[in-house]
Design a protein around this ligand. Sequence first.
Ligand code: NAD
Length: 319
Amino acid sequence: MRRAVVTGGAGFLGSHLCTELRRRGVEVVALDNFLTGNPGNVAHLADDPGFRLVHCDVTDYIHVPGDVDLVLHFASPASPVDYLKLPIHTLKVGSIGTNHALGLAKDKGARFLIASTSEVYGDPQVHPQPETYWGHVNPVGPRGVYDEAKRYAEALTMAYRQTHGVDTAIVRIFNTFGPRMRPSDGRAIPTFIRQALAGEPVTVAGDGAQTRSVCFVSDLVRGILALAESGHSGPMNIGNPHELSVLQIARDVIAATGSDSEIRFVGRPVDDPMVRRPDTTLATEVLGWTPEVAWQEGLERTVAWFREAVAGDDAGETV
Ligand code: NAD
């Protein structure tokens, strides 16, 4: 693999993918419209001649001159706060944007990998969730704009594979955390860290008994690039099966930040999933992948980054 295009390359996950691809010597073209990401996330690559950041809205068109071996399609609002604010854009980037990204892969004869999500399982009735589970999604609920965009994007990816012979892969990403998350993106971990560092109450939805399985970003990136290199089509779950209650996450964040914040219970969002845990048997069997970074270690690294980002006002807020 010599040259990759990363859509959403200035976002949380996209920026970590760009960094790791460059570390492996792969030339990278990152496409982003900076809707929920920002150039600061890839500022460390700005002087790297093997890296280019191009302002591009993938729902308009995608044009990348030269050869491309791999298209990683990561452009999409991803946090509930973002996609509830941007419902139509979220549907467009999942449909039209995915169509353009698949078209690029087809034109270039490149491998294509799409960032799908555990949200395709909705509020699951099977636990943990294997890739064979079809999900339990409310198409007309507020979260439907994201869940259904990703389900459509998966269907479109399979159609390009079957109709045009594009070499495609689908990764279903479970909750991921780490440096470069936006403090106000509304996801539980950055919200809790921001609140704890500011000494504000840490707001837990419902009674906090709902669970999430959270994966540190370096483990996720390793899994995604292993899938990209494998030739496997997926869909494949990548996530950390270690399940935590949201209340436990809040308590651990308070401890890791050394904060004296109290926990405040607030209402649960509509269609908020009660449980979430990936069945990662497929990733282990096909890729030999298992997560390596323990929750506490990942949390400490993330808190350290937030302290610096908040101090340097470096945690770009967009949307
Ligand atoms: P993010 O919001 O940090 O990154 C998304 C990036 O896409 C941003 O830089 C944004 O500006 C860009 N973007 C949005 N619309 C665009 C458009 N029309 N054209 C070009 N760029 C556009 O989110 P993230 O957490 O890095 O998520 C990246 C991808 O991974 C998304 O597709 C998301 O659905 C998927 N995903 C993430 C998680 C997670 O835990 N972070 C879980 C499951 C799936």
